[in-house]
Design a protein around this ligand. Structure first.
Ligand SMILES: [Zn+2]
Length: 47
């Protein structure tokens, strides 16, 4: 039986950094792994 880490990245709460491919929070503005700038999903233009 494997323990489930409550802080484990999940697609529901995390996105993959386009730069380093690590999971980062959707709300994050900067990737905590590589410091690349991220655009929060809610701020992405849909046009
Ligand atoms: Zn990154």
């Amino acid at each position: 039986m494997r323990k489930i880490d409550p802080n484990a990245p999940k697609p529901a709460t995390h996105v993959r950094c386009p730069d380093c491919k690590e999971f980062v929070l959707k709300e994050a503005r900067v990737c905590k792994h590589c410091n690349c700038k991220l655009i929060p999903e809610s701020e992405q233009s849909t046009v």
